[in-house]
Design a protein around this ligand. Structure first.
Ligand SMILES: [Zn+2]
Ligand SMILES: [Zn+2]
Length: 359
Protein backbone atom coordinates (compact mmCIF):
# COMPACT_ATOMS: atom_id res chain seq x y z
CA UNK A 1 0.00 0.00 0.00
CA UNK A 2 1.46 3.43 -0.87
CA UNK A 3 2.68 5.34 2.17
CA UNK A 4 0.18 8.16 1.88
CA UNK A 5 -2.79 5.74 1.70
CA UNK A 6 -1.51 3.86 4.72
CA UNK A 7 -1.17 7.15 6.54
CA UNK A 8 -4.76 8.12 5.67
CA UNK A 9 -5.93 4.74 6.90
CA UNK A 10 -4.04 4.85 10.15
CA UNK A 11 -4.58 8.50 10.96
CA UNK A 12 -8.18 8.38 9.79
CA UNK A 13 -9.28 6.87 13.08
CA UNK A 14 -9.20 10.09 15.10
CA UNK A 15 -11.60 10.60 17.89
CA UNK A 16 -13.46 13.65 16.63
CA UNK A 17 -12.48 16.76 18.52
CA UNK A 18 -14.14 20.11 18.29
CA UNK A 19 -12.02 23.02 17.26
CA UNK A 20 -13.44 26.28 18.44
CA UNK A 21 -12.52 28.94 15.94
CA UNK A 22 -14.42 31.86 17.34
CA UNK A 23 -13.15 33.87 20.30
CA UNK A 24 -14.60 32.73 23.57
CA UNK A 25 -14.00 33.30 27.20
CA UNK A 26 -13.40 31.17 30.23
CA UNK A 27 -14.28 31.63 33.82
CA UNK A 28 -11.46 32.12 36.25
CA UNK A 29 -11.58 32.01 39.98
CA UNK A 30 -10.25 35.28 41.36
CA UNK A 31 -8.67 35.78 44.78
CA UNK A 32 -11.91 36.55 46.59
CA UNK A 33 -13.72 33.58 45.10
CA UNK A 34 -15.49 35.73 42.52
CA UNK A 35 -15.67 34.58 38.95
CA UNK A 36 -14.37 36.80 36.23
CA UNK A 37 -14.27 36.48 32.47
CA UNK A 38 -10.91 36.38 30.74
CA UNK A 39 -10.69 36.46 26.96
CA UNK A 40 -8.70 33.64 25.43
CA UNK A 41 -7.27 33.38 21.95
CA UNK A 42 -9.25 31.48 19.37
CA UNK A 43 -8.88 27.79 18.41
CA UNK A 44 -8.14 26.70 21.93
CA UNK A 45 -10.68 24.40 23.39
CA UNK A 46 -9.83 21.00 21.95
CA UNK A 47 -8.20 19.96 25.23
CA UNK A 48 -10.27 21.49 28.01
CA UNK A 49 -8.72 19.41 30.80
CA UNK A 50 -5.47 21.37 30.95
CA UNK A 51 -4.45 25.01 30.60
CA UNK A 52 -1.06 25.47 32.23
CA UNK A 53 1.00 24.97 29.07
CA UNK A 54 -0.66 27.90 27.28
CA UNK A 55 1.47 31.00 26.76
CA UNK A 56 0.68 33.75 29.24
CA UNK A 57 1.69 37.07 27.66
CA UNK A 58 0.72 38.95 30.82
CA UNK A 59 3.82 37.65 32.63
CA UNK A 60 6.84 39.88 32.07
CA UNK A 61 10.30 39.95 33.62
CA UNK A 62 10.78 42.32 36.50
CA UNK A 63 13.28 45.11 35.98
CA UNK A 64 16.55 45.00 37.88
CA UNK A 65 19.91 43.22 37.91
CA UNK A 66 20.04 39.51 37.17
CA UNK A 67 20.88 37.35 40.21
CA UNK A 68 24.46 36.08 40.31
CA UNK A 69 25.04 32.75 38.50
CA UNK A 70 25.56 29.87 40.90
CA UNK A 71 27.35 26.97 39.25
CA UNK A 72 26.37 23.39 40.03
CA UNK A 73 29.84 21.85 39.89
CA UNK A 74 28.65 18.26 40.15
CA UNK A 75 26.61 18.65 36.95
CA UNK A 76 29.41 20.53 35.18
CA UNK A 77 31.93 17.77 35.93
CA UNK A 78 29.55 14.92 35.03
CA UNK A 79 28.47 16.59 31.76
CA UNK A 80 32.10 17.26 30.83
CA UNK A 81 33.08 13.65 31.54
CA UNK A 82 30.10 12.33 29.57
CA UNK A 83 31.01 14.42 26.53
CA UNK A 84 34.69 13.46 26.67
CA UNK A 85 33.55 9.82 26.88
CA UNK A 86 31.21 10.35 23.92
CA UNK A 87 34.00 11.91 21.82
CA UNK A 88 36.21 8.93 22.57
CA UNK A 89 33.20 6.74 21.65
CA UNK A 90 33.17 8.32 18.17
CA UNK A 91 36.73 7.08 17.59
CA UNK A 92 35.61 3.56 18.53
CA UNK A 93 32.60 3.46 16.16
CA UNK A 94 34.57 2.04 13.17
CA UNK A 95 35.82 -0.90 15.24
CA UNK A 96 32.44 -1.72 16.80
CA UNK A 97 30.57 -4.91 16.03
CA UNK A 98 27.65 -4.28 13.68
CA UNK A 99 25.18 -5.50 16.30
CA UNK A 100 26.51 -3.00 18.86
CA UNK A 101 25.94 -0.26 16.33
CA UNK A 102 22.35 -1.42 15.78
CA UNK A 103 21.84 -1.70 19.53
CA UNK A 104 22.98 1.91 20.01
CA UNK A 105 20.56 3.12 17.32
CA UNK A 106 17.72 1.07 18.78
CA UNK A 107 18.41 2.54 22.21
CA UNK A 108 18.55 6.03 20.71
CA UNK A 109 15.10 5.70 19.13
CA UNK A 110 13.43 4.09 22.14
CA UNK A 111 14.84 6.61 24.64
CA UNK A 112 13.99 9.50 22.29
CA UNK A 113 10.37 8.27 22.20
CA UNK A 114 10.39 8.21 25.99
CA UNK A 115 10.98 11.95 25.81
CA UNK A 116 8.94 12.97 22.74
CA UNK A 117 5.92 10.65 22.89
CA UNK A 118 6.17 10.29 26.67
CA UNK A 119 7.39 13.20 28.80
CA UNK A 120 6.52 15.74 26.10
CA UNK A 121 3.37 14.98 24.14
CA UNK A 122 1.66 12.72 26.66
CA UNK A 123 2.66 13.95 30.12
CA UNK A 124 3.52 17.63 29.59
CA UNK A 125 0.79 18.49 27.12
CA UNK A 126 -1.82 15.70 27.46
CA UNK A 127 -2.22 15.94 23.69
CA UNK A 128 -3.38 12.30 23.51
CA UNK A 129 -4.28 9.57 25.94
CA UNK A 130 -2.46 6.26 26.45
CA UNK A 131 -3.53 2.97 27.98
CA UNK A 132 -1.47 1.34 30.70
CA UNK A 133 0.76 -0.92 28.53
CA UNK A 134 1.81 2.08 26.42
CA UNK A 135 2.36 4.28 29.46
CA UNK A 136 4.43 1.48 30.98
CA UNK A 137 6.59 1.29 27.84
CA UNK A 138 6.97 5.07 27.75
CA UNK A 139 8.02 5.37 31.38
CA UNK A 140 10.72 2.73 30.82
CA UNK A 141 11.84 4.45 27.60
CA UNK A 142 11.86 7.75 29.46
CA UNK A 143 14.08 6.28 32.18
CA UNK A 144 16.48 5.05 29.49
CA UNK A 145 16.79 8.69 28.32
CA UNK A 146 17.72 10.09 31.77
CA UNK A 147 16.57 13.69 31.40
CA UNK A 148 15.08 14.10 34.88
CA UNK A 149 11.97 12.20 35.86
CA UNK A 150 8.69 12.79 34.03
CA UNK A 151 7.22 14.91 36.81
CA UNK A 152 10.17 17.32 36.83
CA UNK A 153 10.48 17.32 33.03
CA UNK A 154 6.79 18.15 32.58
CA UNK A 155 6.88 20.86 35.26
CA UNK A 156 9.86 22.55 33.58
CA UNK A 157 8.24 22.14 30.20
CA UNK A 158 4.88 23.62 31.15
CA UNK A 159 6.77 26.60 32.61
CA UNK A 160 8.72 26.84 29.33
CA UNK A 161 5.48 27.17 27.36
CA UNK A 162 3.58 29.36 29.79
CA UNK A 163 6.42 31.80 30.48
CA UNK A 164 8.41 31.44 27.22
CA UNK A 165 11.48 33.66 26.88
CA UNK A 166 11.24 35.15 30.36
CA UNK A 167 13.26 34.41 33.49
CA UNK A 168 10.53 31.98 34.56
CA UNK A 169 11.29 29.86 31.46
CA UNK A 170 13.84 27.27 32.71
CA UNK A 171 15.77 27.43 29.41
CA UNK A 172 15.05 31.02 28.43
CA UNK A 173 16.52 31.35 24.93
CA UNK A 174 17.05 35.08 25.42
CA UNK A 175 20.02 34.11 27.56
CA UNK A 176 21.79 32.72 24.50
CA UNK A 177 22.39 29.45 22.66
CA UNK A 178 24.60 27.85 25.28
CA UNK A 179 22.29 28.62 28.19
CA UNK A 180 19.15 27.29 26.46
CA UNK A 181 21.05 24.24 25.16
CA UNK A 182 22.80 22.91 28.25
CA UNK A 183 23.85 25.84 30.44
CA UNK A 184 20.52 25.88 32.27
CA UNK A 185 21.32 22.44 33.68
CA UNK A 186 24.70 23.60 34.98
CA UNK A 187 23.56 26.51 37.15
CA UNK A 188 20.97 26.95 39.89
CA UNK A 189 17.49 27.82 38.61
CA UNK A 190 16.54 31.50 38.37
CA UNK A 191 14.28 32.39 41.35
CA UNK A 192 11.44 33.20 38.91
CA UNK A 193 11.48 29.59 37.62
CA UNK A 194 10.97 28.25 41.13
CA UNK A 195 8.40 30.87 42.04
CA UNK A 196 6.23 30.53 38.93
CA UNK A 197 6.87 26.78 38.55
CA UNK A 198 5.48 26.20 42.04
CA UNK A 199 2.17 27.76 40.98
CA UNK A 200 1.63 25.46 38.00
CA UNK A 201 -1.17 22.92 38.11
CA UNK A 202 0.55 19.52 38.24
CA UNK A 203 -2.33 17.66 39.87
CA UNK A 204 -2.74 15.32 36.89
CA UNK A 205 0.88 14.18 37.26
CA UNK A 206 0.65 13.79 41.02
CA UNK A 207 -2.45 11.65 40.55
CA UNK A 208 -0.76 9.30 38.11
CA UNK A 209 0.74 6.39 40.05
CA UNK A 210 3.17 5.37 37.32
CA UNK A 211 4.69 8.87 37.15
CA UNK A 212 5.06 9.02 40.91
CA UNK A 213 6.53 5.49 40.99
CA UNK A 214 9.23 6.52 38.51
CA UNK A 215 10.01 9.61 40.58
CA UNK A 216 10.40 7.54 43.72
CA UNK A 217 12.85 5.03 42.27
CA UNK A 218 14.44 7.32 39.71
CA UNK A 219 18.12 7.10 40.68
CA UNK A 220 18.54 3.31 40.74
CA UNK A 221 16.23 2.98 37.72
CA UNK A 222 18.35 5.40 35.67
CA UNK A 223 21.55 3.68 36.71
CA UNK A 224 20.13 0.41 35.41
CA UNK A 225 18.31 1.59 32.27
CA UNK A 226 20.59 4.36 31.00
CA UNK A 227 24.00 2.94 31.95
CA UNK A 228 24.21 -0.68 33.14
CA UNK A 229 21.79 -2.41 30.75
CA UNK A 230 22.98 -0.78 27.48
CA UNK A 231 26.59 -1.57 28.42
CA UNK A 232 26.07 -5.16 29.53
CA UNK A 233 23.88 -6.36 26.65
CA UNK A 234 26.48 -6.07 23.82
CA UNK A 235 29.26 -7.36 26.07
CA UNK A 236 27.31 -10.36 27.35
CA UNK A 237 25.20 -11.36 24.33
CA UNK A 238 27.54 -10.91 21.38
CA UNK A 239 30.96 -10.66 22.91
CA UNK A 240 31.57 -6.95 22.32
CA UNK A 241 34.51 -5.52 24.29
CA UNK A 242 33.49 -3.78 27.50
CA UNK A 243 35.18 -0.62 26.27
CA UNK A 244 33.18 -0.47 23.02
CA UNK A 245 29.95 -1.21 24.87
CA UNK A 246 30.50 1.52 27.44
CA UNK A 247 31.79 4.30 25.20
CA UNK A 248 29.62 3.73 22.12
CA UNK A 249 26.33 2.13 23.22
CA UNK A 250 26.18 4.08 26.47
CA UNK A 251 28.14 7.36 26.56
CA UNK A 252 27.94 8.25 22.86
CA UNK A 253 24.28 7.23 22.51
CA UNK A 254 23.28 9.10 25.69
CA UNK A 255 25.12 12.26 24.63
CA UNK A 256 23.52 12.17 21.17
CA UNK A 257 19.97 11.85 22.60
CA UNK A 258 20.67 14.67 25.07
CA UNK A 259 21.99 17.04 22.42
CA UNK A 260 19.20 16.22 19.97
CA UNK A 261 16.64 17.12 22.65
CA UNK A 262 18.52 20.25 23.71
CA UNK A 263 18.57 21.51 20.12
CA UNK A 264 14.79 21.90 20.38
CA UNK A 265 15.37 24.43 23.18
CA UNK A 266 18.32 26.19 21.55
CA UNK A 267 18.37 25.97 17.72
CA UNK A 268 14.58 25.71 17.31
CA UNK A 269 14.20 28.90 19.34
CA UNK A 270 16.71 30.76 17.12
CA UNK A 271 16.95 29.48 13.55
CA UNK A 272 14.01 29.06 11.18
CA UNK A 273 10.80 30.67 9.95
CA UNK A 274 7.76 31.58 12.01
CA UNK A 275 4.84 30.88 9.68
CA UNK A 276 2.26 30.47 12.45
CA UNK A 277 3.19 33.19 14.93
CA UNK A 278 5.84 35.83 14.36
CA UNK A 279 5.43 37.21 17.88
CA UNK A 280 7.06 34.21 19.58
CA UNK A 281 10.67 33.07 19.38
CA UNK A 282 10.24 29.40 18.52
CA UNK A 283 10.77 28.39 14.90
CA UNK A 284 10.29 25.68 12.28
CA UNK A 285 13.60 23.82 11.97
CA UNK A 286 13.78 20.71 9.78
CA UNK A 287 17.22 19.63 10.98
CA UNK A 288 16.04 19.64 14.58
CA UNK A 289 13.01 17.58 13.55
CA UNK A 290 15.32 14.99 12.01
CA UNK A 291 17.47 14.61 15.13
CA UNK A 292 14.66 14.97 17.68
CA UNK A 293 12.31 12.54 15.88
CA UNK A 294 9.69 15.14 14.94
CA UNK A 295 10.02 17.93 17.49
CA UNK A 296 11.47 20.68 15.30
CA UNK A 297 8.18 22.17 14.07
CA UNK A 298 8.56 24.43 17.01
CA UNK A 299 6.76 27.58 15.89
CA UNK A 300 3.71 25.42 15.27
CA UNK A 301 4.15 23.60 18.56
CA UNK A 302 4.29 26.76 20.67
CA UNK A 303 1.28 28.11 18.74
CA UNK A 304 -0.75 24.92 19.32
CA UNK A 305 0.84 23.00 22.23
CA UNK A 306 -2.16 20.67 22.50
CA UNK A 307 -1.75 19.18 18.99
CA UNK A 308 -0.53 15.57 19.40
CA UNK A 309 1.62 15.76 16.26
CA UNK A 310 3.53 18.88 17.41
CA UNK A 311 3.35 19.81 13.74
CA UNK A 312 0.75 20.85 11.20
CA UNK A 313 1.56 17.60 9.40
CA UNK A 314 1.56 14.01 10.57
CA UNK A 315 4.29 11.68 9.31
CA UNK A 316 6.42 14.35 7.64
CA UNK A 317 9.83 14.06 9.41
CA UNK A 318 7.92 13.03 12.49
CA UNK A 319 8.74 9.54 13.73
CA UNK A 320 7.00 10.31 17.02
CA UNK A 321 3.62 10.88 15.34
CA UNK A 322 4.12 7.72 13.28
CA UNK A 323 4.74 5.84 16.51
CA UNK A 324 1.67 7.31 18.27
CA UNK A 325 -0.50 6.49 15.22
CA UNK A 326 0.76 2.90 15.24
CA UNK A 327 -0.12 2.69 18.94
CA UNK A 328 -3.58 4.03 18.08
CA UNK A 329 -4.06 1.21 15.55
CA UNK A 330 -3.29 -1.23 18.37
CA UNK A 331 -5.81 0.56 20.57
CA UNK A 332 -3.13 1.74 23.01
CA UNK A 333 -3.30 5.47 22.15
CA UNK A 334 -6.55 7.38 21.72
CA UNK A 335 -8.15 10.81 21.83
CA UNK A 336 -5.37 12.33 19.72
CA UNK A 337 -5.95 16.09 19.56
CA UNK A 338 -5.44 17.68 16.15
CA UNK A 339 -6.07 21.26 15.14
CA UNK A 340 -8.38 21.74 12.17
CA UNK A 341 -6.90 23.07 8.94
CA UNK A 342 -9.28 26.04 9.08
CA UNK A 343 -8.03 27.08 12.51
CA UNK A 344 -4.41 26.73 11.37
CA UNK A 345 -5.00 28.89 8.29
CA UNK A 346 -6.81 31.50 10.38
CA UNK A 347 -3.85 31.65 12.75
CA UNK A 348 -1.35 31.91 9.87
CA UNK A 349 -3.33 34.83 8.49
CA UNK A 350 -3.61 36.52 11.85
CA UNK A 351 -0.10 36.14 13.27
CA UNK A 352 2.17 34.40 10.70
CA UNK A 353 5.40 35.93 9.34
CA UNK A 354 4.31 35.42 5.72
CA UNK A 355 6.67 32.49 5.05
CA UNK A 356 3.90 29.86 4.94
CA UNK A 357 3.74 27.80 1.75
CA UNK A 358 0.51 25.93 1.26
CA UNK A 359 0.33 22.57 -0.48
ZN1 LIG B 1 10.17 25.60 23.06
ZN1 LIG C 1 6.04 21.41 24.34
Amino acid sequence: MPAHLLQEKVSGSYTPTTTVTTPHSRLLQSGEGKLEKTPLPAEEDIRPEMKDDIYDPSYQDEEGPRPKLEFVWRNIILMALLHVGALYGITLVPTCKFRTWLWGIFYYFVSALGITAGAHRLWSHRSYKARLPLRFFLIIANTMAFQNDVFEWARDHRAHHKFSETNADPHNSRRGFFFSHVGWLLVRKHPAVKQKGALLDLSDLKAEKLVMFQRRYYKPAVLLMCFILPTLVPWYFWGETFQHSLYVATFLRYAVVLNATWLVNSAAHMYGYRPYDKNINSRENVLVSLGAVGEGFHNYHHSFPYDYSASEYRWHINFTTFFIDCMAVLGLAYDRKKISKAAILARIKRTGDGSYKSG
